[in-house]
Write a protein that binds this ligand. Sequence first.
Ligand code: ATP
Ligand code: MG
Ligand code: MG
Ligand code: MG
Length: 575
Amino acid sequence: MRASQFLISTLKEAPADAEVASHRLMMRAGMIKKLGAGIYTYMPMGLRVIRKVEAIVREEMDRAGAVECTMPVVQPAELWQESGRFEKMGPELLRIKDRHDRDFVVQPTSEEVVTDIARQDLRSYKQLPKNLYQVQTKFRDERRPRFGLMRGREFIMKDAYSFDRDAAGAKKSYEAMAQAYRRIFDRFGLRYRAVAADSGAIGGDLSEEFQVIAATGEDAIVYCPDSEYAANMEKAEALAPSQPRGAATQPMEKVATPGKSTCEQVADLLKVPLTRTVKSLVLATDVVDDKGQPVKTQVWLLLVRGDHDMNEIKVGKVPGLDNGFRFATVPEIEAHFGTKPGYLGPIGLKQPVRIVADREVAVMADWICGANEEGYHLTGVNWGRDVPEPVVADLRNVVAGDLSPDGKGKLAIERGIEVGHIFVLGTKYSKAMDATFLDEDGKPKFFEMGCYGIGITRLPAAAIEQNNDERGIIWPDAIAPFTVVVCPIGMDRSAEVKAAAEKLHDELAAAGVDVMLDDRGERPGAMFADWELIGVPHRVVISDRGLKEGQLEYQHRRDAGATKVPAGEIAAFLK
Ligand code: ATP
Ligand code: MG
Ligand code: MG
Ligand code: MG
């Protein structure tokens, strides 16, 4: 490929809304272009990365015996009514109407459509097991799309669905996918962890998330360095015995910083970066009765989890302050606070309020409001008011240093980006949609299903979070838009340089290397800056001076300086 022919559109500055490195760098490198909130064009440079991710995923899915199809992005609502998701799913599901006023959805995943295929086309146990997958556009009307491709509204997902005769078969299909996922994520060359996850309503142990380790990750993962134990925080906490951690550990200052948003202030106080989702909000209140006497039994702990879907809000009592720790349902919250949890505050507690925070918690006095995130909006914060000293206490059920459940060592906690998720679905969809096959005994049985997702467009963002420096992106070879860039100096002036550059480009291209020849005639400084920003891992510089000595200059994106390589050896050197 030649740069003059390709579309290269690097930027000096990142847009103001780009909070994390991957978003900033993908914008600056001209990989993506924003069209609307959470909606991006994959520009030619970015698309090359995405295509490489897809190719690896396809290869390993095919190797594991899955078969590819493509299901429609726009799907009739009838199927979604059958499964119940049309009603049950919240506003994340984009619902649209056609000219006849019929309801449709834009797929956030495709369980309904694939189950419909199975009930029509998989009639006999002899056709099982089957695993159907697609690499296709998804839409989720995320409450807060952000971080570029990391949490888009429109994005590409690989989603696979397995169909088995029985639970044992489903487990086997799941395990084949678990293995394929390990191969896939190994090939990307990223540091990741497979962690046990909750399979939600379905129950059972068969659910794992694949988390790329990154400080800016939205998920907390708990692992034991001395054993295999690894789980996401939700799962770890669900399994851990409730461990009251005692009271206040740290006083919070009551300061109002002019010019800072409430969210920023709370984040400052809690010393948590605002660059990631603050996932749980703990509000504990020492409510007093009419006479000003504390009412200990009304100490409430409010936790907001997941990506703040309203139906994930849970309320419980504070361990250590009360003898129980309990999650409550949304209706309970509504009943207790007398408010819809679309907006949680003020909740009528005009009393001195004790402020208790956990790792990623926001809190406040006087009025209690939503989470430390825009959209939930903390209002009514008045740090300057005369309220009792607020305190930050550690309320986590699981903290670093706890004994791991397998007893093999101490737990550690780090942050991750969920790039893949696999789980056994059981008969949830097959029962709801009456999807059966004829088993060996001639009787109809419900399919045992599993589903397996990979965030194709989230992956490059995760890769960048792990691999960047002040100059730009550093792509792992496997997913670099180009693996080698040939940078001729003075190509327009020197026939020798031009000939050598073109020769090297053609040779590498013929050998199947993804090579880019920068024939734009840019000055060396600007040319190098572009490719360092874009993150091409291998660079070869060709100059008159070097050619006179029979040398080219090679530099890996991570190298501090260039290495001279004899011109005749460079192609072999790179392959
Ligand atoms: P998250 O917890 O980040 O919201 P999820 O658990 O809702 O993700 P799944 O339903 O498990 O996502 O979907 C499978 C995969 O699709 C995820 O592991 C993730 O890599 C990717 N994905 C999900 N939502 C998005 C999004 N908004 N933008 C980009 N990728 C996404
Ligand atoms: Mg989600
Ligand atoms: Mg998730
Ligand atoms: Mg998930």
